[in-house]
Design a binder for this molecule. Structure first.
Ligand SMILES: Cc1cc2nc3c(=O)[nH]c(=O)nc-3n(C[C@H](O)[C@H](O)[C@H](O)COP(=O)(O)OP(=O)(O)OC[C@H]3O[C@@H](n4cnc5c(N)ncnc54)[C@H](O)[C@@H]3O)c2cc1C
Length: 143
């Protein structure tokens, strides 16, 4: 039987292992994780009654495969509500509200004016191919 080594027990490695074993149960799959726990960037802490997501706290539901994976794992994602629109970034020693409207975006000091114009340019910037990798997105010239 083929042996498969997966390096990294974040969501990528764990879901790769899960899906491989789901398709071919006889495979000998081993996930190698450098940290003392699996999960990678995904981790939840409960401290003093607060629930704190260390990294991701949601995903877009426009790809059915993500929801299928949740369902096959017996997970029922909770749909975000109005409260989740209030988001903050801790920067320069204080919490800064993420803009919720075009006007608050213009007033916000989260980005420089150059950064704001560059972000607005995204509306007109040439688009990459569907399902572009992050690496291709980063190196693709857009101006
Ligand atoms: C603050 C934050 C918020 C985010 N919010 C969202 C969100 O809301 N929604 C969303 O969809 N995404 C979000 N993301 C992105 C999402 O967290 C990542 O895309 C995803 O978790 C990456 O998973 P991964 O398995 O590819 O990598 P990782 O989670 O980084 O896992 C890689 C694993 O490999 C291990 N590893 C590395 N090198 C070795 C080695 N040589 N040997 C063994 N093990 C090794 C690491 O220890 C780690 O556990 C967020 C990310 C961050 C940082």
């Amino acid at each position: 039987m083929k042996k498969i080594a997966i390096v990294g027990g974040g969501i990528s490695g764990l879901s790769a292992a899960y899906l491989l074993l789901d398709k071919i149960p006889e495979l000998d799959v081993m996930v190698f994780e450098a940290d003392d726990r699996p999960g990678g960037k995904i981790w939840t802490e409960r401290t003093n009654g607060f629930l704190c997501e260390k990294g991701p706290n949601g995903f877009l539901d426009n790809k059915p495969k993500t929801l299928q994976l949740c369902s096959s794992l017996g997970l029922s994602p909770v749909r975000s509500n109005e409260n989740s629109k209030k988001r903050f970034i801790f920067s320069e020693g204080r919490l800064k509200a993420l803009p919720e409207s075009p006007l608050s975006f213009l007033k916000s000091d989260l980005l420089s004016w150059g950064g704001k114009f560059r972000l607005l340019y995204e509306l007109k910037a040439p688009k990459g191919p569907a399902d572009e990798t992050v690496a291709d997105f980063i190196i693709r010239p857009t101006l």
